[in-house]
Design a binder for this molecule. Structure first.
Ligand code: BQF
Length: 296
């Protein structure tokens, strides 16, 4: 069993970005600039945004954090987004999820200029991705693809089983894994809450990508010996022995499953850090103007 060290790889990617930024500045250019909008005081959202700001610092990026009270209206938030869309100093921005319930996240996503949508959530970016055109890829799937690429894990002709069909992880990673390319060229099965006899699928997976949000869901008897497991779950479970009162666990019962895998991502330190690094890669692409430069 080999651990997929997302934290180490993310640090490496951020160091590579920092080198690029150094060269840009030396040539008289400016640094890439990412903005984040944070609404309310959800502790998980706060921690994610802090990770992103800190990662910008590590990569030499400029970052701007816009914080709004949970009482902000959808219309006010859309005005903020319009301002960011039209701000020439900002290469890309994100609106941190989850949002308070009175705000419709789809309306927010639709208000973002696809050219600045470095989270890759806008339907224009999603559609471009699905057709194999250049696009901002959603950060988690992009981070997973980078991890498979850097670890030279072959995916061509493999059976990849994805658990979870969200717009930001399960659905896009199933598209990326099945499309032409390396990583890619996999045969993909997308399972979800209505799937019957789930184990019949998980047991056949050469590559298992789990994005359910259920702590320790995958047990050893559900998998095939030698499988590659990508655990996207980031669940807070109570733990009185920790300073914070909780610890992070994945969707995979790591303790009992890991020894049966050829590769597995840990939680924390697996997919999470790669998600943040991928966001910075998208911001650099926006800075460089590559995605929307030509016909495709
Ligand atoms: C780690 C996210 C669910 C919903 C909205 C490092 C992050 C997490 C874990 C992080 C996530 C999850 C982010 C670790 C950003 C990943 O060491 O394991 C980094 O900051 N993430 C997000 O912005 O929104 C989410 C998960």
């Amino acid at each position: 069993m080999e651990l997929l060290d997302g934290k180490g790889l993310a640090n490496q990617l951020k160091a590579e970005l920092a080198e690029k930024v150094k060269a840009l500045l030396a040539a008289g250019g400016r640094a890439p600039h990412l903005a984040a909008v944070l609404v309310g005081d959800n502790p998980a959202s706060l921690s994610y945004v802090r990770n992103k700001v800190r990662s910008c610092e590590q990569s030499g990026f400029r970052s701007t954090l816009i914080q709004k009270d949970a009482s902000v209206t959808e219309a006010e938030l859309i005005e903020i987004i319009k301002g960011l869309n039209n701000d020439p100093e900002i290469d890309g921005f994100i609106v941190q999820l989850p949002l308070p319930r009175h705000i419709n996240a789809d309306n927010i996503t639709l208000a973002i200029d696809p050219k600045k949508d470095v989270d890759g959530f806008h339907p224009v970016n999603f559609g471009r991705m699905a057709q194999g055109l250049s696009a901002y890829l959603p950060a988690t799937p992009f981070g997973i693809m980078k991890m498979l690429e850097r670890y030279n894990i072959s995916t061509s002709g493999k059976h990849c089983v994805v658990l979870g069909r969200s717009n930001i992880v399960g659905t896009p990673i199933s598209i990326l894994m099945s499309r032409r390319g390396e990583p890619g060229n996999a045969t993909v099965t997308l399972c979800h809450s209505r799937t019957k006899n789930l184990e019949e699928y998980t047991q056949k997976a050469d590559i298992l990508i789990v994005a359910l949000g259920i702590p320790n869901f995958i047990k050893p008897e559900m998998i095939k010996e030698g499988v590659v497991i990508i655990d996207v779950g980031i669940n807070r479970v109570e733990d009185a022995s920790r300073k914070r009162g909780y610890r992070l666990v994945g969707d995979v019962d790591f303790e009992n499953v890991a020894s049966r895998c050829s590769y597995i991502t840990p939680v924390p330190g697996g997919v999470g850090p790669m998600t943040v690094a991928a966001l910075l890669l998208n911001t650099m692409e926006s800075y460089q103007g590559k995605i929307y430069s030509g016909a495709s």
